[in-house]
Design a protein around this ligand. Structure first.
Ligand SMILES: C[S@@+](CC[C@H](N)C(=O)[O-])C[C@H]1O[C@@H](n2cnc3c(N)ncnc32)[C@H](O)[C@@H]1O
Length: 223
């Protein structure tokens, strides 16, 4: 998980194909939005397998990166989707590009890209579903991520929180997110843990491999 040296030349954009979708990765960014994380892929699969039913639901994705779960939601008939990301023009433009490449024109009105910092200028409406894919490693942001759930989730809604322990020594700090949720009266349920290829094989000489292959799925609800 090391950044490259900066360079004067602008690197060519990177394109990846995931399932049948064509995604462009954002330019390298200090907030790690330039990577498609396993957590997003897991949520994508849960939606496509209808284990998370998005049909006719309102969906709010935080820190969406490439916007894979948001795209999957529109394609699986969500009523309305807000794909949100840090308010950096390049990141937001990249999301809009990915939407334009993967969502049919007649469904483009069902999705909106929203630039905001967590805990600030949150959407006014409340949502049936929220997605937080690989966000809990931002320990100082837990308070804002919880605030988003409290403010934006419907009383009977579900926030799906998916993540891995990329830096195993911070496992307890990552899990502190759920302590913060419970302190705010939210309910937390561990749904499943699956194995996927670890995100950063270059870290194998630093960290144990097994724990980094685990991708954890939790739900946070109000009731
Ligand atoms: C590890 S990446 C995960 C990206 C995507 N969810 C995925 O799973 O592929 C974390 C994401 O959170 C966004 N982010 C980080 N801090 C943020 C903040 N304070 N407000 C809004 N977005 C933020 C980053 O720009 C990045 O897209």
């Amino acid at each position: 998980m090391q950044f490259c040296e900066s360079s004067d030349s602008t690197p060519a954009p990177q394109f990846i194909t995931y399932d049948s979708l064509n995604l462009r990765l954002a330019p390298e960014h200090s907030l790690w939005s330039h990577v498609l994380w396993n957590s997003s892929k897991f949520i994508y699969k849960l939606i496509n397998d209808n284990r998370i039913s998005v049909e006719n639901k309102s969906v709010y994705e935080l820190g969406c990166g490439c916007a894979l779960p948001s795209i999957a939601s529109v394609l699986n008939k969500a009523e309305y989707v807000v794909a949100s990301e840090y308010p950096d023009q390049e990141l937001l433009e990249n999301i809009k590009f990915n939407l334009s490449q993967n969502i049919p024109a007649d469904k483009m009105n069902n999705i909106e890209v929203h630039g905001h910092k967590w805990g600030e200028k949150m959407p006014e409406r409340k949502f049936d579903l929220m997605f937080q894919a690989d966000l809990v490693f931002n320990h100082t942001e837990h308070v804002n991520l919880v605030k988003e759930i409290k403010q934006c989730l419907k009383e009977d809604g579900q926030c799906h929180v998916v993540f891995s322990f990329h830096r195993p020594q911070y496992k307890q700090h990552d899990l502190q997110f759920f302590v913060a949720c419970k302190q705010e009266g939210l309910k937390v349920e561990h749904k499943e843990t699956i194995k996927m290829d670890r995100m950063f094989p270059e870290d194998d000489n630093i960290y144990e491999i097994g724990i980094r292959e685990d991708v954890h799925w939790y739900t946070v609800t109000k009731q």
